[in-house]
Write a protein that binds this ligand. Structure first.
Ligand code: B12
Ligand code: SF4
Ligand code: SF4
Length: 258
């Protein structure tokens, strides 16, 4: 006879935050913190009609989600935008499980301000590459979706860590020589902006194998978080998506799948 599965007492008391982290870890995704929305954020209400009380940021670090995505049917079904569809299937399933709504970085324009949202959830700084830099992961992190949920459990989102206010300095301010600004063969990063056309022209030429096979040289030049640099196959997937999007829609900037 099959025994009813006993739920260990510790599991019953498990914080929601831990439950969500566990559900994401199956896919190689990370909970990147949460924040409490106010009316001005105009976060869509979940289908249950109650307003969102918390927005959880879900993201990636390094190549952690690559094996799960690579093994999914989305990767090999031959349909467009496999990574976005993979993200959507996970985000929507979790949103439904917890009566919330999933919001995606690639839905737009107009796009949800994911970088601004992320800064409200954890310590991040602006970098000269326009990407946010993380004290541990460097430039090797991004976002797959956000979950806006109507319930905020006690202890799940403590008041902001005092260490986050003021004390920790942007590593880019003291970075010797700023190698990220020296590495691009066509100087697409000026320190103030990103020259998308210069990058795209280089990638469509014959001398861009390094960028195409291993990822953006400027991003790879950063000394921070080097242990999280994307694996070559993962980086090449993003670069190919970027160049394909450019060649299909020459006259419209379309975000690469990341
Ligand atoms: C459109 C877009 C692009 C366009 C940019 C066109 C343009 N010039 O605006 C293109 C296709 C070029 C692009 C490329 C890449 N992108 Co992009 N992109 C987006 C997208 C979908 C929308 C950005 C937007 O308009 N947001 C709306 C505004 C209102 O939101 P925001 O939070 O205020 O964001 C803005 C500011 O934070 C500002 N910003 C960020 N850092 C800094 C620093 C300074 C000094 C200043 C002044 C401004 C600034 O730039 C943001 C966009 O304007 C976002 C996802 C998203 N929804 O945000 C990803 C996003 C910003 N991209 C991301 C990434 C990883 C990349 C690529 C590395 C991908 C790749 N395959 O290589 C490249 C890097 C190129 C680069 N330097 O930007 C990540 C960044 C993660 C991080 N660590 O910060 C995001 C958040 C997507 C994700 N899924 O995580 N991208
Ligand atoms: S190389 Fe230096 S300036 Fe550039 S992103 Fe990395 S830490 Fe910041
Ligand atoms: S992908 Fe290559 S060409 Fe484009 S910005 Fe990065 S280093 Fe420059």
């Amino acid at each position: 006879m099959i025994q009813a599965r006993q739920i260990p007492p510790a599991r019953k008391q498990m914080h929601f935050r831990t439950q969500l982290s566990d559900a994401l870890a199956v896919h190689g995704l990370r909970l990147r913190g949460g924040w409490r929305p106010v009316a001005a954020d105009a976060i869509p209400s979940p289908p249950c009609g109650r307003p969102a009380r918390v927005v959880w940021m879900v993201g990636t670090v390094g190549s952690e989600p690559w094996p799960a995505f690579r093994a999914s049917s989305f990767y090999s079904d031959g349909m467009p935008d496999p990574l976005d569809r993979w993200s959507r299937s996970i985000g929507q399933e979790l949103a439904q499980r917890w009566d919330g709504v999933a919001l995606f970085p690639f839905d737009g324009p107009p796009y949800h301000p994911f970088q601004q949202w992320a800064s409200r959830a954890e310590t991040l700084h602006a970098s000269p590459l326009m990407l946010h830099i993380h004290p541990e992961y460097g430039l090797w992190h991004s976002y797959r979706f956000a979950l806006a949920l109507p319930t905020l459990h006690v202890d799940d989102l403590p008041d902001p860590d005092p260490q986050r206010s003021g004390e920790d300095e942007n590593p880019c301010l003291s970075c010797d020589g700023k190698p990220c600004l020296q590495a691009c063969p066509v100087q697409a990063y000026t320190g103030a902006t990103f020259l998308l056309e210069a990058c795209a022209d280089h990638l469509s030429g014959s001398g861009a194998q390094d960028c195409l096979q291993s990822g953006c040289l400027a991003r790879r030049a950063c000394p921070l978080g080097r242990e999280f640099i994307q694996a070559s196959a993962h980086a090449a997937f993003h670069m190919e998506a970027f160049t394909q999007a450019r060649s299909v829609k020459q006259n419209r900037v379309r975000p690469a799948k990341r």
